[in-house]
Design a protein around this ligand. Structure first.
Ligand SMILES: Nc1ncnc2c1ncn2[C@@H]1O[C@H](COP(=O)(O)OP(=O)(O)O)[C@@H](O)[C@H]1O
Ligand SMILES: [Mg+2]
Length: 367
């Protein structure tokens, strides 16, 4: 089972459903769809017993509970806005597998700054495990909460995420002597908490963002200095809009990062500005550095000042966002409650700030 991707053809708005193991797996050059060649460990090498002990409860109780929560999830999830990359109707099944299926293969991830692991689960679902790392290098609560907020707002641009605990022995086996192993937070039972993110089965690539695109997001009262690290957007930079839904998606991304207090989006390398093709859809990706003890992030304030206010389509979603629905979804996570009262309060305050902006749109910010 895999997370499905929803890709919009650049013209004609034709929708193409593609699942790895099927269509994309058969495409030449789909590097994400073929197992890594170099030395992944299998659990038979590495601690199958410990991995098996992670299989969640399979009692009828769990099924009933899951059904109730799935129904609540459906009731609280709005339709996806244009530019979606994922189909939320697939989420429950993917999450269930990612929570319960055994790890049959694991290898160290590459490409990011934190120690992560590419895993394959019984049945073939693939995922990326990002363990909680200290001091604050990356935390599961950011990834998990961002995913649920993505769905509650109908952005549908984040891959499904669940909390999961994996044995440190398993992780060590896949990254022997890795210097970042010492940053892992290991529970007394030898398990490490982390975020398990459904593998995105497509040709992921940095979006071709340029300052000229960002110039199109500039609100009349925007700060002169670029708030986007790695992108020199000046008052004199001309607006040259990107194709399709990308401008809206970038606008929403700035607002979303404000909501979740994400501090790790912008860099010249665009490692967290990924898309499934040069023209999108844009993904919401890598939220390990979001939701901090400090409720507001200065740079995010500047970014929000730059775009002025949420665009109307997202503003109405923010107005309707019910944080009780978020708590309900998070209560369903194996690492529940995921966000403590302090982090939820920060979210509430940032949501209120976004609503206030949405309620007072400024002249000339129509998008
Ligand atoms: N769910 C996923 N699907 C596909 N590739 C992934 C996924 N998660 C991570 N990756 C790969 O791992 C890299 C690092 O992931 P990222 O979440 O950015 O971690 P970090 O916090 O270390 O920056 C990504 O650039 C991407 O190549
Ligand atoms: Mg990253």
């Amino acid at each position: 089972m895999t997370a499905r991707l929803l890709a919009f053809a650049s013209t004609g708005r034709a929708m193409l459903w593609a699942a790895c193991g099927g269509l994309l797996a058969a495409m030449p050059g789909c590097s994400r769809c073929t197992p890594q060649a170099s030395g992944p460990a299998t659990v038979s090498d590495t601690g199958a017993e410990a991995a098996r002990s992670l299989t969640g409860p399979s009692a009828p109780d769990r099924a009933t509970e899951a059904g109730t929560h799935a129904a609540a999830r459906r009731a609280s999830t709005p339709a996806c806005l244009a530019g979606a990359a994922f189909d939320p109707s697939e989420d429950a099944a993917v999450l269930e597998v990612m929570r319960t299926a055994e790890v049959v293969r694991i290898s160290r991830g590459s490409g990011g700054g934190t120690l992560g692991f590419k895993v394959t689960l019984t049945g073939g679902q693939r995922a990326y495990f990002k363990p909680d790392q200290s001091p604050a290098r990356g935390h599961a609560h950011g990834e998990i909460s961002a995913f649920h907020l993505d769905r509650l707002l109908g952005l549908c641009r984040a891959s499904p995420v669940t909390g999961r605990r994996l044995p440190v022995a398993l992780l060590r086996s896949a990254a022997p002597n890795h210097e970042q192993l010492k940053l892992l937070k290991i529970d007394a039972d030898g398990l490490v908490r982390g975020a398990l993110i459904a593998w995105i089965e497509g040709d992921l690539r940095p979006l071709g963002v340029v300052p000229e695109w960002l110039a199109c997001l500039r609100a009349p009262a925007a700060p002169a200095r670029s708030p986007f690290k790695g992108f020199d957007v000046r008052e004199s930079t001309p607006c040259e809009p990107p194709p399709d839904h990308l401008l809206d998606a970038l606008h929403d991304l700035v607002v979303f990062d404000y909501l979740i207090a994400n501090v790790d989006r912008w860099s010249a390398a665009k490692t967290n500005l990924l898309a499934l093709s040069d023209t999108g859809p844009l993904l919401l990706f890598d939220h390990g550095e979001a939701f901090w003890r400090a409720h507001f992030v200065v740079r995010n304030e500047r970014q929000l000042d730059f775009v002025g206010a949420p665009r109307p389509a997202l503003a109405s979603r923010l107005m309707n966002l019910d944080l009780k629905s978020l708590r309900l979804r998070l209560a369903d996570d194996p690492l529940a409650p995921v966000l403590d009262a302090h982090l939820l309060e920060g979210l509430r305050l940032r949501l209120a700030a976004l609503r206030a902006r949405a309620a007072t749109p400024r002249a000339g910010t129509e998008i």
